[in-house]
Design a protein around this ligand. Structure first.
Ligand SMILES: [Zn+2]
Length: 113
């Protein structure tokens, strides 16, 4: 049964990633996506990025359970909420709340770090 845990973590991450993608690809329209946990919460997405290149990290989280994922090296779509890497903590917190419980990054591919 080795690998069962990995597969489960992967499936969970992918369900959150699909929720993120739905929102990410809809900008500048704001779409409603339910929390993959089915807790009645709504998914939110915010971006921390370089204001010049608009490349950065996306956070996708549930406004109820406060859990979520982050995806790096993302191009920020027009109309999406974004704060610069150099922005103040308060400004970043207005885009991405500081109290989120983020899952580990995508467990599927081997780490390249
Ligand atoms: Zn939730």
């Amino acid at each position: 049964m080795t690998g069962a845990e990995v597969t489960s973590a992967q499936a969970v991450w992918e369900s959150w990633f699909r929720a993120f993608l739905t929102i990410h690809q809809a900008w500048p329209d704001a779409v409603e996506v339910a929390c993959p946990d089915g807790d009645g919460g709504r998914m939110r997405v915010g971006y921390l990025a370089d204001p010049d290149t608009r490349l950065g990290t996306a956070m996708a989280w549930c406004d109820k359970c406060r859990r979520g994922i982050y995806i790096s090296r993302v191009s920020v779509p027009e109309g999406a909420p974004m704060a610069g890497f150099e922005a103040s903590a308060a400004e970043q917190a207005s885009v991405v709340p500081p109290d989120l419980e983020l899952f580990d990054p995508d467990p599927a591919p081997p780490s390249t770090a």
